[in-house]
Ligand binder design. Structure first.
Ligand code: GTR
Length: 399
């Protein structure tokens, strides 16, 4: 009983602390400070980038390095080996419409290994290989139930299968538990040098690394068109989906749902969640160097429009929810807008309007796509329905 009472008060205290922080955040557009974004197209030695060759050879690598050093940490480029085995298979899933595979990926390095449980559904009556969506799941594993006894809008494989896509999911806990102490019990064991380094990867980096290992597997699975894989994440998972697509150019599309601070939203607007808050609540997400920017956004050599720019010319879809001001819908839209100039180097014009579109007015047919769904911080059928349209639009065009 005593335990219960202590637990109750502790939970109430933590919830009210969180609410208080959210209440203290700025949600008033007129109080957004004036700011200057770092120039995405100016190199470290101050020369203007005017073509995609200079972008790819000089500026893109510079920006990627800045994000590694100051925010997400180093991304290991090598591992010793990867083994995969299909541990469960059901060729009659969804009343025969799909084949379900549970694939166990085991990645070895430094005498250690990490096991990644991949849940995958592939449509049965569709010409192979098929394009796929991969979700980095940051919620309970019941959201990606392979038996389909439990269903949730967070990951609706029936909808994707009926649209001719394969759909997969991994869980963040396999890679780095989402916990300020236990986050080292995963991928970081394979790269121990990173654990105490100021620019070492932490949880978000490990989750993105895991998505790339799934891509290594997809390249071997004959049912999957590995040239057409969309990486999807919600919120903290959406921060990881952006980082995965920035680091790994094999992802054809990137979808970042309600990713907010240190995701798709501009940091310098200081609207909703701020760097100081995210680093205090979640010190295990970003590298140690990032703590230098607590209450000091303007000192950052990058802002999040540059993260989106790293994904160019590949299409990016960022979303928000109207009641989720914590994730700064306007700042997300502006981040996309400020990445447009990098897409222009490839002759690509986005179809985004000059100012944020209204609630439930998605802009889907665009390399930089956006919507602000009515409602709360979540990943829902409305969002997935638009992601399917987005993928259809881009894949049909490139055929
Ligand atoms: C919040 C955090 C956000 C977002 C969110 C989530 O508490 O402040 O940055 O990541 O969690 O993942 O749902």
């Amino acid at each position: 009983m005593k335990k219960f009472i202590v637990g109750f008060f502790l939970t109430a205290f933590l919830l009210s602390a969180k609410a208080q922080n959210q209440n203290e955040a700025n949600y008033d557009e007129t109080k957004v400070p004036s700011y200057t974004l770092p120039a995405v197209l100016k190199t470290a030695n101050n020369t203007q980038v005017t073509n995609k060759n200079r972008w790819e050879k000089v500026r893109r690598p510079e920006i990627l390095q800045l994000f590694e050093e100051n925010i997400y940490g180093q991304m290991p480029k090598r591992y010793s080996s990867l083994k995969h085995s299909v541990t469960k298979k059901d060729a009659t899933a969804m009343n025969g419409r799909a084949t379900m595979k549970h694939v166990l990926l085991e990645v070895f390095n430094n005498g250690k290994s990490v096991k990644i449980n991949l849940v995958l559904f592939v449509p049965n009556n569709t010409k192979k290989p098929v394009p796929a969506f991969l979700l980095i799941n940051n919620r309970g594993t019941d959201n990606t139930d392979p038996t389909r006894v439990k269903k949730s809008e967070f990951w609706p494989p029936e909808m994707l299968i009926d649209s001719g896509f394969a759909i997969a999911a991994i869980h963040v806990a396999d890679l780095a538990p989402d916990d300020k102490v236990k986050y080292v019990d995963g991928v970081l064991q394979l790269y121990p040098d990173q654990i105490n380094a100021d620019d070492g990867m932490k949880a978000i980096g490990a989750w993105a690394w895991g998505a790339s290992r799934v891509m290594d597997y997809f390249e071997k699975d004959k049912d999957i068109d590995s040239k057409k894989v969309a990486i999807v994440g919600h919120s903290r998972g959406g921060k990881a989906s952006l980082w995965a697509a920035a680091e790994d150019q094999r992802f054809a599309l990137c979808i970042t749902n309600c990713s907010g601070n240190t995701g798709a939203a501009l940091a310098r607007r200081q609207f909703g969640e701020r760097i100081n808050r995210i680093n205090t609540s979640f010190p295990h997400w970003f590298n140690n160097n990032y703590k230098k920017y607590n209450n000091n956004e303007n000192a950052l050599p990058v802002d999040q429009h540059m993260l989106i720019s790293l994904i160019a010319p590949r299409p990016v879809y960022a979303t928000n929810a109207s009641k989720d001001l914590w994730a700064d819908p306007t700042g997300t839209f502006l981040s996309l807008k400020n990445a447009e100039k990098v897409y222009s180097l490839y002759g690509i014009k986005s179809n985004l309007p000059a100012t944020p579109p209204g609630i439930n007015k998605p802009v889907i047919q665009s390399h930089l796509a956006y919507h602000n769904r009515e409602g709360d911080h979540d990943l829902m059928e409305y969002d997935w329905n638009n992601f399917i349209k987005f993928a259809n639009y881009h894949y049909k065009k490139s055929k």
